[in-house]
Structure formats: C-alpha cells, structure tokens
Design a protein around this ligand. Structure first.
Ligand code: 4NP
Length: 160
C-alpha cells in the first residue's frame, strides 16, 4: 500500500482538490490518498464552496471531505507528503523528527518542474479564475504522480 498525503494551509482549497484529483486518476486499491492543513483554521469544515464547485465542473467530487490539521503522526502514516508551497514545506519540516520524516516531504510541483520549487498559488483570496488555474496546475501534478505509480506497474510504490 502506498500512502499519499496532500498538504496546504487551510485544507479547504488546494489540498482537498489535490486529494480528489489524484483519487480520480488512481484507481488502484493499493493507494491511499488523504489531505491535511498545517493550520487549525478550518478543522472539521468541508472544502471551500468555490473549490467544491470548480472541482464538480471537472467531474471531481470533493464535497464530502472534511478539513483536519497535519500532525506528527502523519509522518508514520504516509509514505509521501506533497505540500503546495514553501510555507507549507517549512511548517511540515519543522515537525519532522528525523531524516526519514524530512525525506517524505516534497513540493508537489517539483513532480512537474523538478527542483524548480514553484508554488501552487493560494486561491483563497482570489476569484473563480484562480480556482480554475489551481485545478489545471494540480491536474498536471497529479497526472505526473499517477504516471509514477503506473510506471511501477503494480501501483504499489512511487518512484522519485
Ligand atoms: P488552502 O487555502 O491552504 O489552499 O486551503 C487557504 C484557506 C484558508 C486560509 C488561507 C488559505 N485562511 O487564511 O483561512
């Protein structure tokens, strides 16, 4: 079982979208996908209405997801932790206990643009276009992650 965690700040815009998109692209029962936020701002809430509506437009249903906060235990529960921007990266890394934890954390867009350290822009204060833009960015990233899983044939382990 490969366990993948998507992380952003609020867990209501970007990471639930990344979770939903990747889930729609990976059909293997051998892959577990979840998301979390580094903040406690929106714990227990469904994703932002604009994120839900934009995803639905692309046939991805994230309406039932509920926000939770990233915890140290997530380092034990997940193999890959994809973060959206450098703030998320620093916040997650600050909780890492050792090198094994640290190596699990990766900027998601480095899967599309290796080593470029490009952020997925936060659409929270943006308009509808910002959400549409984030959808396409995350779709590309998830496609790359999903291809890595397929490349390994069994879809049981991601290559780097
Ligand atoms: P997310 O977006 O990190 O993509 O879920 C945000 C959601 C909420 C806030 C900031 C970003 N906020 O400040 O409440």
């Amino acid at each position: 079982m490969t366990r993948i965690l998507m992380v952003c700040l609020g867990n209501i815009c970007r990471s639930p979208l990344a979770e939903g998109i990747l889930r729609s692209e990976v059909t293997s029962a051998n892959v577990f996908i979840d998301s979390a936020g580094t903040s406690n701002y929106h714990i227990g809430q469904h994703p932002d209405k604009r994120s839900v509506e934009n995803a639905l437009k692309h046939h991805v249903d994230i309406s039932k997801l509920k926000a939770r906060q990233f915890t140290v235990k997530d380092f034990d529960d997940f193999d890959y932790i994809f973060v959206m921007d450098s703030n998320n990266y620093n916040d997650v890394i600050s909780l890492a206990r050792n090198e094994i934890d640290r190596q699990k954390v990766e900027l998601i867009l480095n899967r599309v643009y290796p080593n470029a350290n490009i952020a997925v822009p936060d659409p929270y204060y943006g308009n509808e276009d910002a959400f549409e833009n984030v959808f396409f960015i995350l779709e590309k990233a998830c496609e790359s992650i999903s291809n890595s899983l397929i490349a390994l044939n069994s879809e049981s382990k991601l290559n780097n």
